[in-house]
Design a protein around this ligand. Structure first.
Ligand SMILES: Nc1ncnc2c1ncn2[C@@H]1O[C@H](COP(=O)(O)OP(=O)(O)OP(=O)(O)O)[C@@H](O)[C@H]1O
Length: 263
């Protein structure tokens, strides 16, 4: 008897270490300028990947293509087994589990930390419906785990607008986590943070990948920070991948030193 192999769809059966995001030969021009030029990279499930590159290297454009904000001129972007992200719009891509945190925090300043997390979980309902609806036990557990993970469990009733810059960034990461993302894209998380806040952010991102098996892509300029979290680093230059390796090899790479570190 011959066993039939069932086709795999969507995100089913994507295990830790499998390819979660496949970006192949993406190009995008703006007024004749190639912001992305045959960009190819893959990200595995459970991986914490750092993307670095000088100003204008194409980092934001790459994130915009993955999240559906920008459609490329050519190339392929597949999520999970067979989800063609280029056929989907921005809200649909967010809904299947690609969460993006922009550089500037966008919390609800007049709501408490707890309420912000609650609102993120119930993003489809209105604010009033959410705040007056009763949470299930599982939802409450998840909220409690998340508030602890982001280091704000002592401040549940604090208005988000009164938090420090770093705390707001962690809260926003927590808000993304409440939506159970399959892939988290984080844009320059430590810009404007104090050294202590940077250390805490490194610990948070490390624990997201190591203990909670999240798949995370971090775009960051701060080399010291990248060193403190990075396992695999992708260097972008003029819209393509210049190098991809661990941080030691990247820092020793002559091409990288020339174009990125200006040597
Ligand atoms: N909407 C747009 N219209 C025209 N040019 C654009 C647009 N978006 C990006 N570009 C150009 O594409 C190039 C790549 O930009 P991108 O923002 O992706 O780089 P980056 O690596 O994110 O840089 P930075 O670190 O400064 O944010 C830049 O030269 C930029 O000016």
């Amino acid at each position: 008897m011959q066993l039939r192999r069932e086709p795999q769809h969507g995100l089913e059966n994507v295990k830790l270490g499998d390819t979660l995001l496949y970006v192949n030969n993406i190009s995008k021009s703006f007024d004749g300028f190639k912001a992305l030029n045959n960009l190819s990279l893959t990200v595995n499930a459970g991986e914490l990947r750092c993307i670095i590159g000088a100003n204008g290297a194409g980092k934001s454009t790459m994130m915009d293509v993955i999240t559906g904000k920008t459609k490329p001129d050519e190339g392929t972007v597949i999520f999970g087994n067979d989800i063609d992200l280029l056929k989907m719009d921005e809200p649909a891509i967010a809904k299947i589990g690609i969460g993006r945190k922009f550089q500037k925090p966008t919390v609800f300043p007049n709501h408490t930390v707890w309420e912000n997390l609650e609102l993120a979980m119930e993003a489809d309902k209105g604010v009033f419906a959410t705040l007056f609806a009763k949470m299930s036990g599982a939802q409450k557990d998840k909220l409690e785990q998340t508030i602890e993970l982001i280091g704000l469990k002592e401040q549940p009733n604090y208005p988000a607008g009164a938090l420090s810059h770093g705390q707001k960034q962690w809260l926003e990461i927590g808000m993304l986590l409440m939506q159970n993302p399959k892939l988290l894209l984080v844009d320059e998380p430590v810009a404007g943070m104090t050294p202590q806040e940077i250390d805490k952010t490194a610990a948070l991102l490390n624990s997201l990948a190591d203990e909670h098996h999240h798949s995370v892509v971090v775009v960051e300029h701060d080399m010291e920070f990248v060193r403190s979290i990075a396992r695999k680093v992708t260097v972008l230059h003029e819209g393509s991948v210049l190098a991809e390796n661990n941080m030691d090899a990247i820092q020793a790479n002559e091409d990288v030193r020339r174009v990125y570190l200006g040597e």
